[in-house]
Design a protein around this ligand. Sequence first.
Ligand code: MD3
Ligand code: FE
Length: 217
Amino acid sequence: MTGELFGQDDPPQTARLALAEGALLLRGHAVASQDRLLAAIEQVALAAPFRNMVTPGGRAMSVAMTNCGCAGWVTDRRGYRYDPLDPETGRPWPEMPGCFADLATDAARDAGYPGFRPDACLINRYAPGARMGLHQDRDERDLAQPIVSVSLGLPAMFQFGGRRRNDPVAKYPLLHGDVLVWGGPSRLNHHGILTLRDGVHPKTGALRLNLTFRHAL
Ligand code: MD3
Ligand code: FE
């Protein structure tokens, strides 16, 4: 057959979808670097293992977390904060891998935020049954800086609400390789991840991994 519109040599789906003012979903944007990203996550986790942190309310989070970069997001009985040291090891968090920073800068530029240089990357690991309730990200010093998030592995249902907790919530599936950029008016929107369903992904097994790049300090 001749004249096929999309051949097998074309890149995978890379649609751009505006979820809200300032919020852009770049479908498949991280597929090209998936192997480098996954290898780098393994390296980070060797130095700073995934752990289930405790919220100020005293409950262990179902999502396991670690960090890399100059500061890491942590929670314990004292509260939420960015800490330059891993409280588990007392050492600085592992350096941000070059492929992480490059992807974040590139995606942010694509979305209209040139010059984004994250200094913190929170790595979330979801096993089936894990979830993240509706929340805002407001622990960063400069809320004018965007956040870039990268989804790898099992799909998840993402909840995206408004600035106020009771604003209506939309749902979008986040798939392996999807990249989201949040800035401007959407930066303080509520968001969450519904309970991860069972499944197996060829690259990650029974896991979903999410990277969120922040300018924290
Ligand atoms: C919208 N992570 O780590 S990423 C988080 O998939 C977090 O693990 C989720 O929410 C996850 O804080 C969702 C999508 C996301 C990240 C940051 C945002 C959406 C956002 C900041 C502002 C608005
Ligand atoms: Fe968040």
